[in-house]
Design a protein around this ligand. Structure first.
Ligand SMILES: *Cc1c(COP(=O)(O)O)cnc(C)c1O
Length: 639
């Protein structure tokens, strides 16, 4: 394999570009994880993780969580803000919060709270259920709790309960009427709230979430409403409770210019309000810090044209500049970065269970008497390739036309099924020939360029796009997919991935490619008897929690990995969380699995009584049905 190096693999899969420093291709061709940026000694070989999962009998697909990555990201964001604040001689502090909607899994929230404790890093909630969670989990009295989203009275009462418990809990008013009920309930309960106002921004973020900003944004107060709100609170003797100005112009901001613009606009509003005598202490810049999913470092929808460092610098220096010009104090800065904290920490490991390929089907094409002319034409085209095979476009045109005509002829009962099979076989032989030839020529006609895709394989992957990569289906999000092993071998198969749902949308055909996004993934030929694993990366933000049960494929088994420098493999599996069983998903859909098992048993018993099933067999079938009910929803691949 001298003609293929790890550098070639890196150029192809761009692991370093999207890996955020946590992933790289090892010399042995396996994917390696370096979860602690300051300590490259800690290096986990993904193959060892897979081996250990197999030994423990954990069925694939599996979500693998690297808790160290989560901790590293929390530290990195907080440390970056601290460093910039110090460098800029900024007078306020950074008091970030993690928005739990991005990944609400208890273990994730617990780990973030724990890693954030030294920084007084807080939590953000956007619904009543999330608020109930953060009330129980964000117990650090110095950290903020920020409440966004539409709120009813119960929500406000819960927030005031938080105040009673000594929490710095800030209710962000999204809609003017919320302010009125908040004031009324606070007076009734005699508890002072801490209030934030969300501003509707004129700046729109670019990218998939641009409608979070602008006049038609769903959330936020207009400038007039903000001024009225401040006046109203003053009249009510509650001016001292208005502490925070909030804005959020969308997730995955692809262009740093929208961040700069938003900070400039938000900074101005803050400064004017200060000058009007409103004693604001915090400016909350919302979420939006993007992830470079496709490794292009561009303004494509799955990328961003800036780094975390640059984002933080623009927030800190941008706010400082506005405040200094206006002569108002620097506010404490809050950000609600969720994607940037969680995306890297988890991935999905799935097994390739088969290959679907049209062009390799073999069918006997020997010549027969009174064959239809279409069959003869196609055979003639194939045999003329030797001396007359250079006019690629002409061969393509003839082959395509005859194939189409043959299908029509078949429908009109002019040619037989086996004749059509011959024509198909010849057609794919011709396309394979063309595909080989176009690699040698300089100019490739447009239609022939698509052959790359048409002739690629489909690798059947034991997972569900709808459960594990919802955004690749919903919004064409690119997620990096790479083999976890054999990257020291030249990948010779171009493929796209199809999942095991019976939905034709259940596929991935956008990949991180050498020159931007590609529609096929170069990957390795499957070896009989050998498992082949791929990893779907950067699934820790949103994907982990937004999946659905299409086709009743349920939640995945999960393993939680911690690094340990003293361990020979540098890691240990701290916890295994079992995914959904068939009976779990059926129960959610209102079935009663044990009643179903009884019903099936009763029917089997009847057959036994009637003699059509032997008693011994009947017991086996009954047990088998029950085992399947309690089993995993995905394909069983390991013996
Ligand atoms: C979704 C959301 C966030 C999180 O945004 P990310 O881009 O994931 O960091 C933050 N704040 C609000 C108000 C949100 O709705």
């Amino acid at each position: 394999m001298a003609d293929w190096t790890i550098d070639d693999a890196e150029r192809l899969y761009r692991v370093k570009r999207w890996g955020g420093g946590y992933f790289e291709i090892g010399d042995n061709g396996n994917l390696h994880i370096t979860p602690v940026p300051g300590n490259p000694q800690v290096r986990i070989d993904f193959k060892s993780v897979i081996e250990e999962m197999k030994q423990e009998g954990i069925q694939f697909p599996v979500v693998v969580r690297f808790h160290d990555i989560l901790r590293s990201q929390v530290a990195e964001l907080n440390q970056t803000f601290r460093n910039q604040i110090e460098e800029a001689e900024y007078q306020g502090k950074y008091m970030g919060v993690y928005p739990v909607k991005v990944n609400q899994m208890r273990e994730v929230v617990e780990e973030i709270v724990d890693a954030g404790a030294p920084f007084d890093y807080g939590l953000e909630a956007g619904s009543k259920a999330e608020l109930l969670t953060v009330l129980a989990f964000n117990t650090n009295e110095s950290a903020l709790t920020i409440l966004n989203g539409y709120k009813d009275e119960e929500f406000m009462r819960l927030a005031l309960l938080g105040r009673k418990l000594g929490r710095k809990i800030i209710v962000v008013v999204e809609k003017y009427s919320e302010l009125l009920s908040l004031v009324r309930i606070s007076k009734e309960l005699e508890i002072d709230p801490i209030i934030g106002l969300r501003s509707k921004m004129t700046v729109k973020g670019r990218g998939k979430w641009e409608s979070s900003g602008g006049d038609r944004a769903k959330f936020g107060l207009t400038i007039a409403e903000i001024i009225n709100a401040a006046r109203y609170l003053e009249q009510q003797g509650l001016a001292h409770t208005l502490k925070l100005l909030h804005f959020h112009i969308g997730s995955q901001l692809v262009d740093i210019r929208s961040v700069k613009d938003a900070v400039a606009e938000g900074g101005r509003i803050y400064a004017e309000l200060r000058k009007m005598g409103v004693d604001l202490e915090f400016v909350d810049v919302g979420g939006g810090l993007g992830i470079d999913y496709d490794g292009t470092q561009s303004t494509s929808d799955s990328s961003r044209n800036y780094s975390m460092q640059e984002y933080v610098a623009d927030v800190v220096y941008g706010m400082k500049e506005v405040c200094d010009l206006e002569g108002v104090p620097h506010p404490n800065l809050v950000s609600e970065s969720g994607r940037a904290i969680t995306a890297h920490h988890s991935c999905v490991v799935a097994q390739i269970v088969g290959e679907i390929k049209n062009s390799t089907v073999q069918f006997d094409t020997s010549e027969e008497e009174d064959e239809h002319v279409f069959v003869r034409n196609m055979r003639g085209l194939v045999s003329s390739l030797e001396e007359d095979g250079d006019n690629l476009q002409e061969i393509f045109n003839d082959a395509s036309q005859w194939k189409e005509q043959a299908i029509d002829a078949f429908k009109l009962r002019v040619i037989s099924l086996s004749e059509l099979a011959k024509i198909e076989t010849f057609y794919w032989q011709l396309m394979t020939y063309l595909h080989r030839k176009i690699k040698e020529v300089e100019f490739v006609p447009e239609e022939l360029q698509e052959l790359q895709y048409d002739l690629s394989s489909q690798y059947l992957c034991n997972f569900s796009v709808f459960q594990s990569a919802a955004d690749t289906w919903a919004i064409d999000q690119v997620l990096p997919v790479v083999p976890l092993i054999r990257m020291n071998e030249k990948p010779t198969v171009n493929c796209s991935l199809v999942d095991i749902t019976c939905d034709s949308d259940g596929k991935i055909d956008q990949f991180v490619g050498e020159n931007g996004v590609a529609d096929v993934l170069p990957i390795h030929p499957l070896k009989p008897g050998e498992d082949y694993f791929i990893g779907l990366f950067l699934t820790g933000a949103y994907q982990d929690v937004m999946g659905d049960m299409h086709n009743l494929f349920g939640r995945l088994n999960e393993v939680h990995i911690f690094s340990d420098d003293d361990d020979p493999e540098d890691f240990y599996i701290e916890e295994v969380v079992t995914g959904s069983s068939v009976s779990n998903v059926l129960s959610i859909m209102q079935y009663n699995p044990s009643a179903m098992a009884q019903d099936v048993k009763r029917i089997i018993d009847k057959h036994v009584a009637a003699g059509s099933i032997k008693p011994r067999e009947g017991v086996k079938w009954t047990d088998f049905y029950e085992d399947c009910l309690h089993g995993y929803t995905y394909l069983k691949t390991s013996k």
